[in-house]
Design a protein around this ligand. Structure first.
Ligand SMILES: [Zn+2]
Length: 326
C-alpha cells in the first residue's frame, strides 16, 4: 500500500475563513484536497466573507480546493426569503460550490414566533428547500443536533473532548438549557427528513450525531440508503468504542465503508490539521498503539484494508459531491 504521505486524501470537512498559503503546501506534502465548509455560525465570519475566501482558495489552487455553501436563517419567516435563498444557492453552485451546509441553529436556536417552539429540520417550512435540493441533486451536509453528551451534565459525559468543549461553551450545552429540544427529538427530526426525501443526497456531519453507537449508525445506514456521515471531530467516539469492541468497530467501518467520509474539522489551524492527518491515519490504517484524549491508556489502530481506506479517504467524497473538480 502507498505510504501515508502519498495516499490520496480529501478532507471533506475543512474550514478556513482567511486565506493562508500554507494549505497549498500541506496539500502537496500530504496529498490532501479540501472541501471548505461555509457555516452559518456566529463564531464564523459572515457567509459572504467565507464564500469570498473559499473562492480565493479555488482561484489560487484549483486542484486542491472546493467548497460547500450555506445560507443565513435571518428573516426566514418573511415573504421573499425563499426566493433569496434559491438565488443564493444557484449563484454559489455556478461559482463551484458542491453542496449546501445546514447547521444546528435549526433545532437548537431558532424559535418560531407563531408558538415559541423551536424550528426543527422536519418542519414543513423546509419542504421547498429539500424538494429543490433533491430535484437539482445538490448534496446537503447537515450538522444537526449535537453529541449525545451535550444533554448530560459535565461529569456524566463519556468524552473528555466533549466535556472540555461544553465547559468552554456553556451557551451550547443543552443540559443547561432544558428548553432546547432533547437529543432524541433532534435525531428523530433528521431521520424524518431522510425518510421524506429519499432522493436527497445527505451527509450527516460529525457521524450524524450518532457518534456514541455504531449500532445506531448501522441501523440508520440500513434504513436510509441516502444517508452518509463524515468522521470529523468524532473519531474519538469510535476509538472509545473500539477500545472495548475492536472487531465490532472494524467490521462496522468495513461494512459501511461506502457511507463514511473522512474529515478533520480543522478550523483555521494548520497545525491541528497536520496532527489530525497523522493521528487519524495511524488509527484507521495501522494496528499500532494509539493514544487519544478520549481513551485512557493505549489502544490498537483499526488497520482497515486498502479498499475501505480509499473509499473513506477519497472515493466517497467524489461520489457524493459530484461537482468536485479536483
Ligand atoms: Zn465543522
Amino acid at each position: 500500500m502507498v505510504s501515508f504521505e502519498h495516499f490520496p486524501k480529501i478532507d471533506a470537512h475543512f474550514h478556513s475563513t482567511s486565506y493562508n498559503p500554507i494549505y497549498g503546501k500541506i496539500a502537496l506534502d500530504y496529498n490532501v484536497r479540501y472541501l471548505n465548509i461555509n457555516t452559518d455560525a456566529n463564531v464564523f465570519p459572515s457567509l459572504e466573507e467565507q464564500e469570498t475566501v473559499a473562492l480565493t482558495y479555488i482561484e489560487k489552487h484549483k486542484r486542491y480546493f472546493s467548497y460547500i455553501t450555506s445560507f443565513e436563517m435571518d428573516g426566514w419567516e418573511s415573504d421573499g426569503w425563499y426566493q433569496k435563498l434559491f438565488d443564493r444557492i444557484k449563484k454559489s453552485i455556478q461559482n463551484g460550490a458542491v453542496g449546501v451546509k445546514i447547521w444546528k441553529n435549526i433545532g437548537m436556536e431558532i424559535i418560531k414566533p407563531s408558538d415559541q417552539s423551536y424550528l426543527m429540520i422536519d418542519d414543513l417550512f423546509f419542504e421547498p428547500l429539500f424538494n429543490y435540493l433533491s430535484e437539482n441533486k445538490i448534496p446537503v451536509l447537515a450538522h444537526l443536533g449535537e453529541p449525545k453528551n451535550c444533554w448530560q451534565p459535565l461529569d456524566e459525559m463519556t468524552s473528555n473532548r466533549n466535556r472540555m468543549y461544553y465547559a468552554n461553551h456553556p451557551e451550547f450545552h443543552a443540559y443547561l438549557h432544558p428548553e432546547i429540544p432533547g437529543y432524541d427529538r433532534q435525531i428523530k427530526a433528521r431521520d424524518k427528513v431522510l425518510a421524506s426525501y429519499p432522493n436527497l443526497i445527505f451527509v450527516g456531519a460529525h457521524l450524524g450525531s450518532l457518534e456514541w453507537s455504531i449500532k445506531e449508525l448501522a441501523n440508520r445506514f440500513d434504513t436510509y440508503p441516502n444517508f452518509k456521515v463524515d468522521l470529523s471531530s468524532r473519531l474519538g467516539h469510535l476509538q472509545m468504542q473500539s477500545a472495548k469492541n475492536y472487531d465490532g468497530v472494524r467490521d462496522f467501518l468495513i461494512q459501511y465503508s461506502d457511507r463514511i467520509l473522512y474529515g478533520t474539522d480543522a478550523y483555521n489551524n494548520p497545525e491541528k490539521l497536520i496532527s489530525s492527518l497523522h493521528n487519524e491515519w495511524k488509527y484507521l490504517a495501522t494496528n499500532d498503539d494509539c493514544e487519544s484524549t478520549e481513551v485512557s491508556g493505549t489502544f490498537k489502530g483499526i488497520n482497515l484494508p486498502e479498499e475501505a481506506l480509499i473509499k473513506i479517504y477519497y472515493e466517497n467524497a467524489v461520489n457524493t459531491y459530484h461537482g468536485l473538480t479536483f
